[in-house]
Design a protein around this ligand. Structure first.
Ligand code: Z5A
Length: 210
C-alpha cells in the first residue's frame, strides 16, 4: 500500500551524500512534498544501536556474516518503524543509503554472494524497493581525500582503497542494470553543479508523480 515516493542516495566514501540529502529535502519541501529524511544503517532507536555495533571499532572483531545480518536486521526495523509508515502516509522518504549499499559493500567489498543478498532483500523487504536512487559517483581517491578531512575513521572508513574500488564498481554495474531507477551524477563537479544535475532528476520524478 505504498503511496509516497522512496528516494535513496548512494555512493562511496566522501561523495557528499549528507550535503546533497539536505539539499534534496529542502528542494522537495519547497514544492510542497512532505518529507522524511533518514539513513542506513540506522533511522530508529534500535537500528541506531545496531549502527554503533557496525561502525565502531570493538575489541572483538565483527565477523563479515554478522555484519551482513546486522545490516538487514537494522533495515527490517527501519522499514517497520519509519519507511513503510511514512510511505503509507503519502510522504516522500529520502534515505542516505539502502540495500544497494549492501550489494556494494558486503557484496563487492566483502565478496558475499549476490544471490544470498538478493534472498535476504526479498525476505526483509517483501518487494519494497526505492523509486529512484541517486548514485553520486567519483573516483575513489578523491572521495577518500574528502573524507580524510573529517573525524577518526570508522570501521568501514579504515578499509583500503581496493575495497572501495570494488564497492564503486558494484554501484556502477547496478546502475547500468537498472537504468530506470538509478540516476548517476558526477560528484567530482563543484557542489552547485552536482545540485543542478540532481534537480533535473528530481523534476522528472515530480512530473511522473503528477
Ligand atoms: N554500509 C554498508 O556496508 N552496508 C549497508 O547496507 C549500508 C551501509 C546501508 C556508514 O555509512 C557505513 O555503512 C558506510 C557503508 C556502510 N561506510 N563507508 N564508507 P554512512 O553513509 O553513514 O557513511 P559515509 O559514507 O561516511 O557517508 P557521509 O558521512 O554521509 O559522508 P559523505 O557521503 O561523504 O557526505 P558529506 O559529509 O556530505 O561529504 C564529505 C565532504 O566532502 C564534506 O566535507 C563536503 O563538504 C565535501 N563535498 C561534498 N560534495 C563536494 C563537492 N562536490 N566538491 C567538493 N567537496 C565536496
Amino acid at each position: 500500500m505504498k503511496k509516497g515516493k522512496f528516494l535513496t542516495l548512494e555512493g562511496v566514501e566522501g561523495v557528499g551524500k549528507t550535503t546533497h540529502l539536505n539539499f534534496i529535502a529542502s528542494y522537495l519541501e519547497q514544492v510542497g512534498k512532505k518529507i522524511v529524511t533518514t539513513r542506513e544503517p540506522g533511522g530508529t532507536a534500535i537500528a541506531e544501536q545496531i549502527r554503533g555495533l557496525l561502525l565502531n571499532h570493538n575489541d572483538e572483531a565483527l565477523s563479515s556474516v554478522s555484519e551482513l545480518l546486522l545490516m538487514f536486521a537494522a533495515r527490517a526495523q527501519h522499514l517497520k518503524e519509519v519507511i513503510k509508515p511514512a510511505l503509507e502516509a503519502g510522504k516522500w522518504v529520502v534515505c542516505d543509503r539502502f540495500t544497494d549499499a549492501t550489494y556494494a559493500y558486503q557484496g563487492g567489498g566483502r565478496h558475499f554472494n549476490m544471490g544470498d543478498i538478493a534472498w535476504m532483500e526479498k525476505f526483509v523487504q517483501k518487494g519494497l524497493t526505492p523509486d529512484k536512487t541517486v548514485l553520486l559517483d567519483l573516483p575513489v581517491e578523491i572521495g577518500l581525500k574528502r573524507a580524510a578531512c573529517r573525524s577518526v575513521p570508522d570501521r568501514f572508513e579504515s578499509e583500503k582503497q581496493f575495497f572501495f574500488e570494488n564497492v564503486r564498481q558494484v554501484y556502477l554495474d547496478r546502475a547500468k542494470a537498472e537504468s530506470n531507477r538509478f540516476c548517476v551524477v558526477d560528484a567530482s563537479e563543484p557542489i552547485e553543479q552536482v545540485q543542478q544535475s540532481i534537480t533535473g532528476h528530481l523534476d522528472e520524478l515530480l512530473l511522473d508523480d503528477e
